[in-house]
Design a protein around this ligand. Structure first.
Ligand SMILES: [Zn+2]
Length: 263
């Protein structure tokens, strides 16, 4: 998996669970570069070691407990046995390389800190997993000061009543995790009618926004497939640029479209 896909997977998971522990086997499905970038940008950090591991001997992929043995010469070895009796007899005790027990953690709280830093918001933020949203702080713009709120599920920033899904505005630009400041500024400076001031989006409205976003992504995907059929010699970047010119782009740039389509 490339970094964009991994990030999307993390956003989806964190939207539902707010915290995620990734084991060694999960990381193996990613491109090594993706793993490296997430660590470097503090999206993910090392956490406690796994006490069980998925058995790689049998076809049942059973989960086996790992036991630690300390040897007199300060050596530590980890062992596991397959829970299937027949396989156990065949294979015996399996030695588990210690690196396979490493685990990493990411959380909505950690993302929140990263976003606050990218927005230069440095006040104390109180985060609770039991709430639907967290206020990050206020940003000052020509139109006045506006609250920036992180919506937990699906992960999005809410600024001036505009919902900006994280999957669209938080991405890797080269080696750095970047926030789409153009979209943030646009949301900040948009003039909203006076009567809706002080309004917070309801779950219902967020759902509506979400399905609207999904519909837009589907439009891009359909167009991408059509274009690829018509112009098989052109690559994804070229195709994204064509879609960006269409009304279905809804003002999104080619790069956002490129990351969303799958051809
Ligand atoms: Zn097994």
């Amino acid at each position: 998996m490339a970094i964009d896909q991994v990030l999307l997977l993390l956003f989806n998971h964190l939207s539902k669970h707010k915290k995620l522990v990734l084991n060694w086997a999960a990381i193996q499905l990613w491109q090594p570069k993706a793993f490296e970038l997430l660590l470097k940008n503090h999206v993910m950090k090392a956490t406690y070691k796994a006490t069980n591991i998925r058995c790689q001997t049998c076809e049942k992929y059973c989960t086996v407990d790992v036991t630690r043995h300390d040897y007199p010469n300060n050596k530590i070895r980890y062992y596991a046995v397959c829970v299937d009796d027949y396989m156990h007899e065949q294979v015996g005790r399996m030695t588990i390389p210690p690196e396979q027990l490493q685990q990493w953690q990411c959380s909505t709280k950690q993302l929140l800190k990263i976003i606050a830093r990218l927005l230069n918001i440095d006040n104390e933020i109180t985060f609770s997993v039991n709430t639907e949203q967290t206020r990050l702080g206020m940003l000052a713009k020509e139109a006045g000061r506006k609250w920036v709120t992180l919506i937990h599920n699906p992960l999005a920033l809410e600024i001036n009543q505009i919902i900006l899904p994280l999957e669209e505005i938080l991405y890797f630009d080269g080696d750095s995790l970047t926030l789409d400041m153009d979209r943030v500024s646009y949301a900040l400076n948009l003039k909203q009618p006076a009567h809706v001031k002080g309004y917070l989006p309801s779950v219902n409205q967020r759902e509506k926004q979400r399905s609207k976003t999904q519909a837009m992504h589907q439009d891009w995907q359909d167009a991408a497939i059509k274009l690829k059929k018509k112009f098989p010699q052109y690559n994804k970047t070229w195709i994204s640029k064509q879609i960006a010119k269409l009304p279905i782009a809804q003002g999104r740039n080619a790069e956002t479209i490129r990351k969303s389509i799958d051809i």
